[in-house]
Design a protein around this ligand. Structure first.
Ligand code: IMP
Ligand code: MG
Length: 177
């Protein structure tokens, strides 16, 4: 059986590339003179962040944070833990969070509170994908790529049990309704 036999494409490479270019244009307009700190949420955002920053033609910094709320399956545990912390002070910086997907909103809501307590000059959220049907906490996504259906999505950085991050498009696990 092939590596992708159990998957169906949800968002193809061209559609992802178009969304990344649009987001880069929006972010450039707002941040070109702000020397922002782009904070990638590990691990899921690593491909999105890499594609995004290469379309930003102005000074910026990149940091990472790792948060975990998921166990090994597809359901959030509801508890968020900080693993790796940014190595640069957040205080008085223009911080743009770069997320892969907002699902229940629990992780993002925790992260927004966690960062706000460190007094950034501004704090906004960019997420490539949104699964609005599953939201438990209201979240405002300032820069959004696209919405995806209520399915478990893998590829373009997103995993299922650490697999499939390397797929260039976004796929749903087949049989996941
Ligand atoms: P939330 O706290 O439920 O909003 O989920 C936050 C994190 O769970 C996301 O940043 C992803 O890393 C992961 N996640 C949520 N939905 C999916 C999915 O469909 N596929 C892979 N990872 C997901
Ligand atoms: Mg994530």
């Amino acid at each position: 059986m092939g590596f992708t036999d159990e998957l169906s494409v949800v968002t193809g490479r061209e559609e992802i590339a178009a969304a990344v270019s649009r987001l880069a244009a929006e972010i450039s307009a707002d941040y070109h003179d702000k020397h922002p700190l782009l904070l990638g949420v590990l691990k899921g955002s690593f491909i999105f962040l890499a594609d995004l920053v290469r379309q930003l033609d102005f000074p910026l910094e990149v940091e990472f944070i790792s948060l975990s709320s998921y166990g090994k399956g597809q359901q959030t545990s509801g508890k968020v833990k900080v693993g790796h912390r940014p190595q640069t002070a957040i205080k008085e910086r223009h911080v743009l969070i770069v997320e892969d997907i907002v699902d229940s909103g629990i992780t993002t809501s925790f992260l927004l509170d966690y960062l706000r307590r460190q007094s950034p000059a501004s704090l906004k959220l960019c997420s490539l994908a949104d699964k609005p049907s599953r939201r438990q906490v209201q979240i405002n996504i300032d820069y959004l790529g696209f919405a995806v259906p209520d399915k478990f999505i893998v590829g373009y950085g997103l995993d299922y049990d650490e697999k499939f991050r390397n797929l260039p498009a976004m796929h749903a696990l087949k049989g996941d309704k």
